[in-house]
Design a protein around this ligand. Sequence first.
Ligand SMILES: Cc1cc2nc3c(=O)[nH]c(=O)nc-3n(C[C@H](O)[C@H](O)[C@H](O)COP(=O)(O)OP(=O)(O)OC[C@H]3O[C@@H](n4cnc5c(N)ncnc54)[C@H](O)[C@@H]3O)c2cc1C
Length: 383
Amino acid sequence: MRVAVVGGGFGGVYAIKLLQRWSAATITLFEPNERFVFTPLLHEVAVGALHPNAVTHVYTDIFRQQITHVKERVTHIDVYKKRLTVGKNNYSFDYIIISPGAKAHLPKQPVHKLKTIPDALEIKQTIENNVRDAIAKNDPTLLTCVLVGAGPTGVELAAELVDFYKQQITNQQSTLTPKITLLEGYPTILYDTDTRVQNIALAKLKKKGVIVHTSAFVENITNAGVRAKVHDTQKTFTAACIIWTAGVQPHDVASTVEKKEGHFRVDETLQLHDVPYAFAIGDAALLPTPVPKLAQVAVQQGAHAAKNILRVHKGKPGKPFVFNDKGFLVSLGHGYAAGVVKGLCIKGMFAWILWRTVYLSKFSGVRSKLRIAKEYTKNLFTW
Ligand SMILES: Cc1cc2nc3c(=O)[nH]c(=O)nc-3n(C[C@H](O)[C@H](O)[C@H](O)COP(=O)(O)OP(=O)(O)OC[C@H]3O[C@@H](n4cnc5c(N)ncnc54)[C@H](O)[C@@H]3O)c2cc1C
């Protein structure tokens, strides 16, 4: 049984792990990157709190048996002929799991984004340069930052940025005051989450000095900053650094099946309609009842697709996917997080430690766990 997995993110990796556990399938991973990226911790790389190596893992460390890793982007999938294309080469498969994830849905103007390690390092470089120049020129406008999008990424990054600027300014004995603004189109921050967490996060951000505007629709971005309509009033927010965290769209992978706004449409079993050997999961999949675009969804769908492949292989029909919501945690700067776990709302240092432990437990390989635990411990004392 030859299984092709397109994309080595959360969904793809967990599908492979479980296929290896339960079968002797011959697996080929198609993924241009050398290493798996743990995106929920990227904001810590952007502010220099974690080294990129602490949030990435070579694929050979993750899987218990060897797989073939084709380090290139899939350009076309012929689902009906069971063949995919990478550059000039074609590969055949018996089953396919399509999990190329999503990319940032950006405006035309140049802004920073946070989806990859290079994105995080670019933000780090910009804010470090801005701090250096602001202090040299005694110019607080260089310490202005506007984040567009108050989902988990925008909220976590805004809180981390406050800590970053505070630490830099204290270290350099400056009296300049940074200004961080968070803009959100919805009437609340963390729109899809529990109201209790929204309120805790909003109060914490305000206490840290972040200026939060909800119902704020960005209309234009210029050298002067971000122009937005906030509750029917036009406002311009000057910014030396603009970070866009609002919205994602699936990666383009051409295919013989019809897609909806780039998403592969699947039924409840995660199978492409009428194609029992082809599955789509994670951020690139669209179910009849949509599920959130979260790592925990992609992980569960990866495991479920693996299970269903084995069922189909034995001549049984696939089972419907049911999302098991394990809760939600959002970090709100150094030493503080908030979230809901098993219906219980938690916040503070305990939630922050839990948040980090959850992530730590997801890292495969003892070496990776030890490396990131070491960085976490170091940060406890240096931040
Ligand atoms: C900054 C940030 C913070 C986040 N924080 C959280 C959080 O705290 N909690 C949470 O649950 N979720 C979080 N998410 C969302 C979570 O990361 C995604 O929902 C999850 O990664 C989706 O998994 P996936 O497997 O669909 O895609 P991904 O994990 O994005 O993986 C897709 C992979 O496919 C590869 N690929 C793309 N195109 C091709 C191609 N043509 N051929 C081959 N390979 C391809 C990519 O290189 C990538 O490695 C965050 C996302 C970001 C960006």
